[in-house]
Design a protein around this ligand. Structure first.
Ligand SMILES: [Fe+2]
Ligand SMILES: [Fe+2]
Length: 356
């Protein structure tokens, strides 16, 4: 084996590593999650039919669910350019799934090192294996598309901040709540919008695992935050706010708009180049749509990551404090608290994730 250092990216972390010698299981819910994770392990090579070929001329995403297609400038493009853009945009998105999963693999391993409880370590080890499987399935799928886009700048920054945080609770917040909140919503939406049988099966398998990961955040992190000194809790709350703000930026939640932010990402610029669309042309397209009051509206059954998953999860575990509420207000980020969707998607110990 020879390591390719050109494609590697090395980070240093201040994280403490913790042994635990009591071997006691205090949290029954965590023990249940661990047991369930063991029972539900699946082998991606066996469980899925990888022989399925992907027809590059057929869109992988249902066209009616493709947001950009609602913009007048996009509709005016020749059919061929629209198709090329759609195909590459899908590859770009799936590449983000792949890189995000590698980030999750490393954060889960970091949690295994750092959490101070025995059952926490056991659980985190199962999540590490789950994430390895997720990297494997997305890598295999993206390889079929024959193109891998680089990780988006905002996603990379957020995962790096999470990986190099100095406390395991910050890792669990950055990954299990913020990044996985976003991933859970994207996977659900991909499951509904893809026309590819294989991709749908992949996403369904991954979603089953992810529901446990989000549940871990709520079970374990909430207890840890409740036991913290008030100053440490504020430190955690500030980290959570920064992570949410970074994600909102990446998703165009701030005033700059989604278009300007996408156009700042080198990977997205490659997508445009492939479709022979000038960045300036797209920028004007976004501007025109704004001036005409046209908003890209997601289908009504889409899960909204911030509103439905991320913010309610953070509020529930106590990672939003009175002081940090002021930060959210200042940044114009609403603190959504309705847990209905979150609780319907995450693992409830008794049942499997529901696919509607
Ligand atoms: Fe994952
Ligand atoms: Fe995960």
């Amino acid at each position: 084996m020879s390591t390719n250092w050109e494609t590697a990216d090395v980070l240093k972390t201040p994280m403490e590593v913790c042994w635990q010698f009591d071997y006691e299981i205090d949290s029954q819910r965590l023990r249940n999650l661990y047991s369930k994770a063991k029972r539900q392990q699946w082998d991606a090579e066996q469980a899925l039919d990888w022989s399925l070929e992907i027809d590059p001329s057929r869109p992988l995403i249902d066209e009616s669910r493709f947001g950009m297609a609602q913009l007048p400038f996009f509709k005016a493009l020749p059919q061929r350019q629209q198709e090329t853009f759609r195909a590459h945009m899908t590859a770009y998105q799936l590449s983000q799934f792949l890189h995000g999963e590698q980030g999750a693999l490393m954060t889960a391993a970091a949690l295994t090192h750092a959490v101070p409880d025995y059952e926490g370590k056991l659980y985190a080890a199962t999540q590490t294996m789950d994430e390895a499987r997720h990297v494997e399935v997305y890598e295999k799928y993206v390889r079929k598309l024959a193109i891998v886009y680089p990780i988006g700048r905002f996603l990379k920054d957020l995962i790096d901040k999470t990986l190099t945080a100095d406390h395991w609770v910050k890792i669990a917040i950055g990954m299990n709540m913020v990044v996985e909140g976003l991933a859970l919503a994207s996977f659900h939406n991909m499951r509904r919008s893809t026309t590819c049988e294989l991709l749908r099966s992949i996403v369904e398998g991954v979603l089953r695992d992810e529901s446990r990961h989000v549940a871990f955040g709520s079970v374990y992190v909430g207890e840890a935050i409740a036991q913290m000194h008030a100053d440490d809790r504020e430190d955690i709350a500030e980290f959570a706010f920064e992570a949410v703000r970074a994600m909102m930026r990446g998703n165009g939640g701030e005033r700059r708009g989604r278009g300007a932010l996408l156009l700042a990402d080198p990977g997205f610029l490659e997508v445009l180049a492939k479709a022979e669309i000038e960045p300036e042309q797209m920028f004007r397209g976004f501007q025109e749509a704004r001036e005409q009051g046209i908003k890209v509206r997601p289908p009504s059954d889409q899960v909204h990551s911030f509103r439905d998953l991320m913010m309610p999860a953070l509020v529930r575990v106590g990672a939003v404090t009175e002081r940090s509420r002021a930060l959210y207000a200042e940044a114009n980020i609403p603190v959504w608290e309705d847990r209905t969707v979150l609780e319907s998607l995450e693992d409830q110990e008794t049942g499997e994730i529901e696919f509607d």
